[in-house]
Each structure stands twice: as C-alpha cells, then as structure tokens.
Design a protein around this ligand. Structure first.
Ligand SMILES: NC(=O)C1=CN([C@@H]2O[C@H](COP(=O)(O)OP(=O)(O)OC[C@H]3O[C@@H](n4cnc5c(N)ncnc54)[C@H](OP(=O)(O)O)[C@@H]3O)[C@@H](O)[C@H]2O)C=CC1
Ligand SMILES: O=C(O)CCC(=O)C(=O)O
Length: 428
C-alpha cells in the first residue's frame, strides 16, 4: 500500500479541554448528583496505579527507536482491572488516565466484575513492519508484566492493535510464567483461546443500542439514515451491521478522507476497497466529502467511532443528527454535551454504547479460565441481553432522576464503584 497523509483535521477539543478534563467533569457531576463528599471524589478521580515504561525497538534496518508506553489501572474495587491497549502516536498519560477511568464506569454500568484500565504506546503502527510491531508488543508486555495477569489486569485491543498483538502479549506473558495463560488478555485469535464473537462485539453492541434508541425515539430503523466516523474495527463493523438492519449508511470516514452517497453506501464493497487500499478515500462508487462535514450531516443517527473530542462546543451547534451513539470513547466533550442536550439531540454515552467489546471480553476471560467454550449463538444472545438490559435500566434512571443518558450512566456506574469501595472498607 502507498504511504498516505492524514487529511482529517485534528479534533479541536483534544487539547483544550483534554479527555481527562472531560472525564473528570463527568465524574464531578455524578459526585454532586450522588451527594458524595470530596474525599470519596478524590479517591475516584485518581488512578490506583500508573506505570510509564520505555520501549526500545531495534528496527529491521538496524536503527534503534524509543517509544513510551503506559498502563494505567484506575480502579480494582469490583475486580481485576480491564481495558484495551492503544498504539497511536498521540497517546499520552492523561489520555490513558481518562480512558482507564471510563473503563471503570463502563464495567460497572454493564455489571461485569472488573475495574478499569487502559494502556498505550506512542507509535504509529502503520509505519512499522509486522516483525517490528511484534518486538514492540513483546517488549511493552515484558515491561508491564509485573502488574498484569488474569487476576490483576487483562488487556485487550483498542486503536491500532488487534488480535495478533494480543497473541504476542499472551505468549510473552505465558513464556515468562512457564505455561500457557490464555486469561491474561482478551481479543485473542479464537484458535488460541479467544472467544467467538469478540471481534465483532463492540460494533454489534453499538448497533443493538442504536436500533433500540432509534425505536425509542419513534424512528423506524429501516427508514433511517446514518453517518459513521471511523472505519476501523468498531466503525466498519457498526456500518455493516447498521446496513444489514436496513439503515441507510450515507457517509463514513477515516483519517484520510470521507465518502458520501445519499442513497446508501455499499458497505461490503467499501470494506473490500479498504482492505485493498488502506482507506475509504478514493472509493469510486461514492462522492468524496470533507470528513469534518460528516459530523454535521442531516441524518437520523451519527456514530462517532474514531477518537476522543470530535464533537466540541464549536461544531455541536451545527450537528443535525437526531441521535448520537458513541462508538468511540470520549468523542463528545462535556461542553458539547451541554449544547447537544439543549438542542434536544440524544447522546447515548460511550460507557454503554461501546460496551459490547468488554462484555464479550468478559465472556472470553470466563471461557479461557474454565477452558470451556460457548457457541457463537450463545455469545450473541448473552451480549444482546446484557446490552439491552443496561439500556432499559439507563432509560429508567434517566427518567426517574431527570438526567441525560450520560449523567444517568455515570451516576449509576459511580454509585456501584463507590459502594464497592465503601463496603470493602478501601475508603479510609
Ligand atoms: N476495539 C474495541 O473493541 C473497542 C474500541 N473502542 C473505541 O472505539 C474507537 C475506535 O477503535 P477501533 O475501531 O478499535 O480502532 P481502529 O484502530 O481499528 O480504528 C480507528 C479508526 O478511526 C479512524 N480515525 C482515527 N483518527 C480519525 C480522525 N481524526 N477522523 C476520522 N477517523 C479517524 C482510523 O482511521 P485510519 O484507518 O485511516 O487510521 C480508523 O478508521 C476508539 O475510541 C476506541 O477506544 C471502544 C470499545 C471497544
Ligand atoms: O475488551 C476490553 O477489555 C476493553 C475494550 C476497550 O478498550 C474499551 O471498551 O474501550
């Protein structure tokens, strides 16, 4: 594939306010709504453990490069920490802190028995060979090895990583232990202890929730339209499942461009094009469009499924979607949330909408620990049940307490985590 230059403009709000500021603002509102004191607030706002490591890489041509890696474990009160590993050049400690905190709330909201964690390495994986990526993954795993494990912290894929990275992590961890420990990571290939349905779980979960939210708003999915930002593991799967459900997916984007067809994109055809060329850009069967304009299209449903901070106070007044379902973590800043709520646009928060991944990661961990495998149908059925139960609960809390869906989700999750702290006596 030809090297490409990203044309999508960096999100205006990733610098100010940062994802961490947004995450802390959401927590702060929940603490106020719950009437908790500032001591408990400080405990919940602060990660239990943070590790920064340096990751040297001997390149294939003999040169050496040095990357920085992070693993942040935000909370353990409800179980081992859980969360993805991101390979992206912009990764920094504060971003990982925010993502780890959101993992804690997500696991609590879905009632999976984990705390939250996240990891990252400051590398753009597109610029490195598979052998180089293997060395980086193994070295990073060795560096964080003392703090991960099936009962401590269980990584999974996130931006820029996939099941192959998880296979290398599992192998590095297992070789050090002297025996195979599949429960140390999730999102592994199925033939080495991964779960059926994990690869598609996040996208499927997004679509279960999107369809339920459309129906809740009185919109027939088969007569609705959608735009999806990001065409990676989450975005391309979400676009495909939406299209299968009869939703007209009119636009999708990645870092290099966006394509638009008001009559609906042929998603399998586009996936094929991306497999061949590495981007949605240049697909001849649709019109190119400015990726920033995708967020402002007149559609029923907008699915941001790329990075944090793309819906800001600057563009939120121009959003015309009736419903936003967050496939990405933290795509909407706290200020944008207020603008969208005031404009009557419903935002289904990340900690519910994209939780399908961690739900099936939980199923994978349970299966790996028991060495007993479920069928694809069992996994899909249990995933759908968990997602829709959480959605119904959320609607009830939101209505009963007069809160937005994000406020209701954060309040519910923070209350569960706080109760775990208080009951265990971890809170001094
Ligand atoms: N994977 C999972 O199971 C889960 C992921 N998430 C979240 O979903 C989001 C996407 O993750 P995932 O799909 O796994 O990651 P991938 O690396 O598979 O895909 C990321 C996608 O986002 C695109 N992208 C990156 N920056 C921009 C931008 N500025 N504008 C438009 N598109 C952009 C990438 O484009 P390009 O291909 O051109 O680089 C790519 O299409 C993240 O927020 C992640 O944290 C949440 C829950 C679980
Ligand atoms: O599957 C997991 O453990 C976590 C996935 C993830 O990183 C996320 O939900 O943001």
């Amino acid at each position: 594939m030809e090297p490409r230059t990203a044309i999508a403009s960096p999100p205006e709000a990733t610098v100010d306010p940062s994802p961490l500021e947004n995450a802390r603002r959401q927590l702060s509102s929940a603490i106020t709504a719950l009437g908790y004191d500032q001591d408990l607030h400080r405990v919940l706002a602060t990660a239990r453990r943070e590790l920064t490591v340096s990751v040297p890489l001997r390149r294939d041509d003999g040169r050496t490069e040095l990357f920085t890696g992070y693993r942040v474990q935000h909370d353990f009160a409800r179980g081992p920490a859980k969360g993805g590993l991101r390979f992206s050049p912009g990764v920094n400690l504060d971003e990982v802190r925010a993502l780890a905190m959101w993992m804690t709330w997500k696991c609590a909201l879905l009632d999976v028995p984990y705390g939250g964690a996240k990891g990252g390495v400051t590398i753009d994986p597109r610029n490195y060979s598979q052998r180089e990526l293997e060395r980086v993954t193994r070295r990073y795993t060795s560096e964080i090895l003392p703090i991960i494990g099936p009962e401590k912290d269980i990584p999974a894929p996130d931006i820029g990583t996939d099941e192959q990275n998880m296979a290398w992590m599992m192998d590095t961890y297992s070789v050090n232990a002297g025996y195979t420990i599949p429960g140390v990571v999730t999102g592994k290939p199925v033939h080495i202890g991964g779960s059926l349905g994990r690869a598609s779980a996040t996208s499927k979960g997004v679509v279960f929730i999107a369809l339920a939210a459309l129906r809740q708003a009185g919109t027939d999915p088969a007569r609705s339209s959608a735009a999806v930002q990001g065409f990676g593991k989450v975005g391309s799967g979400a676009a495909a499942f939406l299209a299968e459900a009869g939703v007209r997916v009119v636009a999708v984007s990645d870092q290099y461009g966006a394509v638009h067809d008001p009559s609906g994109l042929d998603i399998p055809g586009l996936q094929d094009h991306v497999r061949r060329t590495g981007s949605v850009a240049g697909w001849p069967q649709a019109e190119p469009m400015d990726p920033d304009c995708l967020l402002e299209l007149d559609v029923d449903l907008l699915v941001p499924a790329a990075v944090e901070g793309v819906l800001t106070e600057h563009n939120a007044p121009r959003v015309r979607a009736r419903l936003v379902v967050e496939g990405a973590n933290g795509p909407t800043t706290a200020a944008a949330d207020e603008v969208l709520a005031a404009r009557g646009i419903t935002v289904v928060p990340d900690i519910l909408a994209n939780a399908g991944g961690v739900v099936v990661s939980y199923f994978e961990w349970v299966q790996a620990n028991q060495a007993y495998w479920w069928t694809a149908a069992e996994i899909d059925e249990r995933l759908e049940r968990r997602m829709l139960t959480a959605w119904q609960n959320l609607l009830e809390v939101s209505t009963a307490r007069g809160l937005t869906l994000r406020e209701a989700a954060t309040v519910t999750a923070v209350e569960r985590v706080a109760q775990a702290h208080l009951t265990r006596g971890l809170y001094p």
